[in-house]
Design a binder for this molecule. Structure first.
Ligand SMILES: [Cu+2]
Length: 230
């Protein structure tokens, strides 16, 4: 074996090893992108009805397909499914004021139940949509909702539900984007003690034979997830 052949052999081994490492990295990063929790960022304190509390911020988006969320650049297993991003595993601190901002990029339609056109559990009973504070939205123009289940448990109650208005069907994509400009929805609520909750969307944005509550609506990581107060 010439020196050149030895060098080539070492190079091939290193390249081969590098390939295995990078493939494993890609698989791991996809898995962890889907399961990696998003922790709210605490920035100082804020005055609330319950005194001065830590102020935590959480930013999410809702997309009309799975290219923009946690499912990988190719959209993963269901590229055409609507999804929340960057993840649906959300963590916030206990006994805090939490301010969430959701960029809503999707079109929509009519809620099955206009109940969900009204924000619940937020400070002031309001949401801010594109800078305007409102206490209800058009129930026939909703893209998604963010709804933490208020199921009875022995944890502190936490029921928050917020409508996210739909982007117009004929909106043009924004420059350098696959999506039209989003509606930006901001709201705040106060957490109690530690607890594990689940949340989902209550606009029928999924697939399926029954009222479009299948597909992404029925699959964790798309239109539902966990909400942990820690
Ligand atoms: Cu939805």
């Amino acid at each position: 074996m010439s020196v050149r052949q030895v060098v080539m052999g070492v190079a091939a081994t290193v390249i081969g090893g590098g390939l295995v490492v990078s493939l494993t990295g890609a698989i791991l990063s996809r898995t962890s992108a889907q399961s990696k929790p998003l922790h709210a960022t605490v920035k100082g304190t804020a005055p609330t009805a319950e005194g001065t509390l830590p102020h935590a911020f959480l930013d999410l988006s809702t997309y009309p397909d799975s290219m923009g969320g946690p499912h990988g650049g190719d959209g993963g297993t269901h590229p055409d499914w609507v999804t929340y991003g960057p993840t649906t595993d959300l963590r916030v601190p206990a006994h805090s004021l939490v301010t969430m901002t959701i960029k809503q990029y999707d079109t929509g339609g009519s809620l099955n139940n206009p109940y969900f056109a009204v924000p619940y559990g937020t400070v002031g009973g309001t949401v801010t949509v594109d800078g305007k504070t409102v206490s209800t939205v058009d129930p026939d123009g909703v893209g998604h909702t963010f709804t933490i289940h208020g199921a009875p448990t022995n944890q502190d109650p936490l029921f928050v539900s917020v409508p996210l208005p739909a982007v117009s069907d004929d909106a043009e994509p924004a420059p350098n984007s696959d999506y039209p400009p989003p509606h930006v929805v901001t709201f705040s609520f106060i957490t109690g003690g530690k607890g594990e909750y689940v949340w989902n969307c209550e606009y029928p944005c999924g697939d399926g034979y029954y009222a479009r509550f299948g597909g992404p609506m029925a699959t964790r990581g798309y239109m539902s997830g966990t909400f942990t107060v820690e």
